[in-house]
Write a new protein. Structure first.
Length: 231
């Protein structure tokens, strides 16, 4: 498993000093290299200096993710955004997904807002030991055997809910999210789909070759919503 997945953590305390021009230019260049889960879904990423919202965290910079609203767009944003989360952590910068935040100022993108990531120099230890992760055991979130399942298990999720399940079979990993009750679904459905994309990103990072699609013959489970299969 990649070293950065084994030690990344969500940073909630930042040095509020803005990054210099060259550091921001490197981040902007990296944004052009991100690989989408669904290439046909239009999306955009802007950098902002402030956001607002419930549980907002003060950071010097924010990535603002926008997307056309189509089937699969939250997973697509989660998949793209987690690539940046890992990149920032590997580059010595802290980051944190902000599920309830929105940009404070009008953005250039005409696409609907999806989610933000705060980032900058960390004001607390950037990394952690593997033993410090608070995650459900693999037996609660998966069945079957595949080395990539551990990377998916370590993925961050909103409120650390870990509302995912994986079935490893014949070299494939079938991905599911837990079905929420109607009241929770109104608030958390989109966030749960973003979390799914984040976990799938970790699987992709651990794959020699990666392809994701929905399979007609994927196993079905009560209480789970099938999202697609990693091949």
């Amino acid at each position: 498993m990649s070293e950065i997945i084994r030690k990344r953590k969500s940073i909630r305390k930042f040095d509020l000093t803005p990054l210099d021009f060259h550091a921001l230019e490197k981040i902007k260049a990296q944004l052009t290299l991100l690989k989408p889960l669904y290439p046909d879904i239009r999306c955009s990423i802007n950098i902002a200096s402030s956001t607002k919202g419930l549980f907002n965290i003060k950071a010097p910079h924010y990535l603002i993710f926008s997307s056309e609203e189509r089937e699969g767009h939250p997973e697509n944003i989660g998949f793209i955004g987690q690539q940046m989360d890992l990149y920032l952590s590997q580059s010595g910068l802290g980051s944190c997904w902000l599920g309830a935040s929105k940009p404070s100022e009008k953005q250039s993108s005409a696409l609907p807002h999806v989610i933000c990531i705060g980032f900058g120099k960390p004001g607390e230890p950037l990394h952690r030991e593997l033993s410090e992760f608070k995650r459900k055991p693999l037996s609660e979130v998966s069945e079957g055997d595949d080395r990539r399942l551990e990377a998916a298990r370590l993925a961050p999720s909103g409120m650390n809910a870990q509302n995912w399940f994986f079935i490893a079979k014949d070299g494939k990993i079938h991905c599911y999210r837990k079905k929420l009750n109607p009241l929770k679904a109104l608030v958390l459905d989109k966030l749960s789909c973003i979390d799914m994309g984040i976990a799938i990103c970790h699987i992709a990072q651990e794959s020699d070759d990666f392809h994701f699609e929905k399979e007609a013959g994927a196993p079905q489970r009560n209480g789970l919503i099938y999202m697609g299969t990693c091949k």
